[in-house]
Design a protein around this ligand. Structure first.
Ligand SMILES: Cc1cc2nc3c(=O)[nH]c(=O)nc-3n(C[C@H](O)[C@H](O)[C@H](O)COP(=O)(O)OP(=O)(O)OC[C@H]3O[C@@H](n4cnc5c(N)ncnc54)[C@H](O)[C@@H]3O)c2cc1C
Length: 503
C-alpha cells in the first residue's frame, strides 16, 4: 500500500446523474505545501531551473540535484505528473492521462525498479473476466467477435496497411530512434514516405481490405494518435510499428495492458520526493509566461510579475502550450512555424464505474463518439467494474464538459451497462496541455523535428512531444528530461570522482 495521502487537485472531473459534473479530484500527485524555496531567489541565479513537473521535468530535476546542481522546479499546476496522473476515488485508482507501461520502455522500467515498483504491476484486461468478447460496431450494425477473432482481423489489416516496403516497416524504419535517416535508409527515402497521410496509404491498399478491416484501421489510427487518417502522417505509424518490434500482435501488450498498481502518481511522487531529499527547491501554482535571456542568464517571469533567474533552463512546456509563452530572443522562424502548425492529438479518455463484471469487455465503434473500450479491472469492493474508453478528435461533436450525459450514451453503444460515475480529465481545455501527447501530420517530422529538439540559447527544450524514440509516451518524456539534464551538467560543470589535485 502506498504511504501517500491523496490531496485535492483542481484537475479532473467526475460526473454522476445525482450531482452532475464536479471539478477537482483527489490524487497522490498534489504537493503541499506548494512551495519550498529556502534560497533567497531575488537576485540569485540558480544553476538550473526546470519548468514543468511532468515526467520530463521530474527526471531532469532529479538528475540535476543528484549531480549537486542548485536546481529549482517551477510548475503551473498544484501537482506533479503533467499529462500523467492518477485520481483516487472511493478506493479506486483512475489513470487520467498516461497509463500503460511496458518492459520495452527501458528508462521507465529502470525508474520503476529504482523506486521499488517493478513488480507492482496490474493488468487492464482481466483474462476470463466478465463479457470477454469484442463488440465491433462499424455503422452497419453491431456484432460480437471473440477476442481471438478480433485480434487476428486487426493484425491482418494492420500488416497490409503498414507494409509499404514489403517488409513490415523494417526497411523504411530499421532504427526507430533515428527514424529520419540512418546508415540503412536515406533521408530522401524517409521524406518521401513522410509526405503520405494515413488515408493516402489506405488508398494504396483499400482493395486488399474488407470493410470491417478498413474500419478497424480508420479507428486504430486515431486511437493511437488522436487525429484522423485524413491528416495523420503515415511515418508515425511506421515508427510505432518499429518500436513494437514490427509485429502487430505485440500492440495490445505494449500499448494497453500493464499499469502501475498504485497508480502513475505514486511513481511521479517517488521521483519528486527523491529529488526533494537531494535538495530540490520548488514552487507549484507558478505558471511561467516569459523566457528572456540576456548575457547568458535566463529570466523567467510569472503572470504576477515574479522573476526567477538561472544560467540554464530545462523547459518542458508541451508543444501546444508554447504559443502562449513569450521568448526573447524570439524562437527561430522554423520553430515558430512548427509551433503554429501544431500537432493533431485531440483525444478524449473517459473512465466509468459500472455495475457488475465487465472486466473482459473490449470493443470498437466506428464511426462513433468513442473509438475503443477496455474492461479495466474491478473497482474497490469487487462488485463494479472500471472501464476505460477513448475518443479521437471530437471537437465540435462531443464536449465532455458541456454534455457529460452524452458520454453515458456513447459508452452504452459498446454494451448495455449501468453507469455509476464517469471520470475524466479534459486535456483539450486544460491551459497547460491544450492537447494530448503529440502526433503529427504528414510532412511534419522530416521538416520540423530536428528544429524542435534544438536548444534555444541557454534554454534546453525537453518534452515527450519531440522525443526521438517513444515520442508521445512516458518513455519519451524520460528520454528528453535525462538528455537535457546531461547537457546542463556538462555545461554548468560536474566535479566527478577522483579529481586530480591541481599542483
Ligand atoms: C489521455 C492520455 C493517455 C496517454 N496514455 C499513455 C500511455 O498509456 N502510456 C504512455 O507511455 N504515455 C501515455 N500518454 C502520454 C504521456 O502521458 C506523455 O507523453 C507524458 O506524460 C508527457 O510528459 P512530459 O513531461 O513530456 O510533458 P507534460 O506531462 O505535459 O509535462 C509538462 C508540464 O509543464 C507544465 N506547464 C505547462 N505550461 C506551463 C507554464 N506556463 N509554466 C509552468 N509549467 C507549465 C504542465 O503543467 C506539465 O506539468 C498519454 C497521454 C494522455 C493525455
Amino acid at each position: 500500500m502506498t504511504s501517500y495521502k491523496a490531496g485535492l487537485s483542481k484537475d479532473g472531473h467526475i460526473y454522476t446523474r445525482q450531482n452532475g459534473l464536479v471539478g477537482g479530484l483527489h490524487t497522490y500527485a498534489v504537493i503541499e505545501p506548494e512551495s519550498k524555496i529556502q534560497q533567497a531567489d531575488d537576485g540569485d541565479v540558480w544553476e538550473a531551473i526546470v519548468v514543468g513537473a511532468g515526467y520530463a521535468g521530474l527526471i531532469a530535476a532529479r538528475d540535476l540535484v543528484k549531480a549537486g546542481k542548485k536546481t529549482l522546479l517551477l510548475e503551473a499546476r498544484d501537482r506533479v505528473g503533467g499529462r500523467t496522473w492518477s485520481a483516487e476515488i472511493d478506493g479506486t485508482t483512475f489513470e487520467m492521462g498516461g497509463t500503460w507501461v511496458s518492459h520495452v520502455h527501458g528508462r521507465l522500467f529502470a525508474e520503476l525498479q529504482r523506486y521499488g515498483l517493478k513488480d507492482d504491476i496490474t493488468m487492464t484486461r482481466t483474462p476470463g473476466g466478465g463479457c470477454s468478447y469484442f463488440t465491433l460496431d462499424t455503422g452497419s450494425g453491431s456484432r460480437k467477435l471473440s477476442l481471438e477473432e478480433a485480434g487476428e482481423m486487426t493484425a491482418r489489416a494492420w500488416r497490409i496497411f503498414i507494409s509499404i516496403d514489403g517488409n513490415e516497416g523494417r526497411s523504411i524504419c530499421p532504427l526507430p530512434f533515428s527514424s529520419l535517416g540512418n546508415l540503412r535508409v536515406s533521408p530522401e527515402e524517409v521524406k518521401a514516405v513522410d509526405q503520405l497521410t494515413c488515408r493516402d496509404r489506405l488508398n494504396q491498399v483499400k482493395d486488399k481490405l474488407s470493410a470491417d478491416e478498413m474500419a478497424l484501421i480508420e479507428s486504430l489510427v486515431p486511437h493511437c494518435g488522436g487525429g484522423s487518417v485524413e491528416d495523420m502522417g503515415f511515418l508515425e505509424m511506421l515508427r510505432a510499428q518499429a518500436l513494437q518490434g514490427y509485429i502487430p500482435e505485440t500492440f495490445e501488450d505494449i500499448w494497453t495492458l500493464y499499469k502501475i498498481r498504485e497508480g502513475q502518481s505514486t511513481l511521479a511522487r517517488r521521483i519528486f520526493d527523491d529529488a526533494v531529499r537531494l535538495g530540490l527547491q520548488y514552487s507549484f501554482k507558478t505558471p511561467i509566461k516569459s523566457f528572456v535571456e540576456k548575457e547568458g542568464v535566463v529570466s523567467l517571469t510569472t503572470g504576477t510579475g515574479k522573476t526567477y533567474r538561472a544560467t540554464r533552463v530545462v523547459n518542458t512546456i508541451p508543444l501546444a502550450v508554447l504559443p502562449t509563452i513569450h521568448f526573447d530572443p524570439p524562437l527561430s522562424p522554423l520553430r515558430q512555424e512548427a509551433i503554429n502548425i501544431g500537432q493533431l492529438n485531440y483525444l478524449t479518455k473517459i473512465h466509468a464505474e459500472v455495475e457488475g463484471d465487465l472486466r473482459g469487455l473490449r470493443g470498437c465503434t466506428w464511426p462513433g463518439d468513442f473509438l475503443y473500450v477496455y474492461g479495466d479491472g474491478y473497482c474497490a469492493g469487487g462488485k463494479t467494474t472500471r472501464i476505460t474508453s477513448f475518443a479521437g478528435d471530437n471537437r465540435g461533436k462531443l464536449d465532455p464538459l458541456k454534455e457529460p450525459e452524452k458520454l453515458e450514451t456513447a459508452l452504452k453503444r459498446f454494451h448495455p451497462m449501468e453507469i455509476k460515475k464517469v471520470v475524466f480529465h479534459d486535456w483539450i481545455s486544460d491551459p497547460y496541455s491544450m492537447c494530448g501527447p503529440a502526433w503529427y501530420r504528414a510532412g511534419y517530422l522530416t521538416k520540423y523535428l530536428p528544429e524542435l529538439q534544438k536548444r534555444h540559447g541557454n534554454v534546453l527544450m525537453a518534452n515527450a512531444d519531440w522525443a526521438s524514440g517513444w515520442r508521445a509516451f512516458i518513455e519519451g518524456a524520460m528520454e528528453q528530461g535525462a538528455l537535457a539534464a546531461d547537457t546542463v551538467m556538462e555545461e554548468v560543470g560536474i566535479r566527478g570522482a577522483n579529481v586530480a589535485k591541481s599542483t
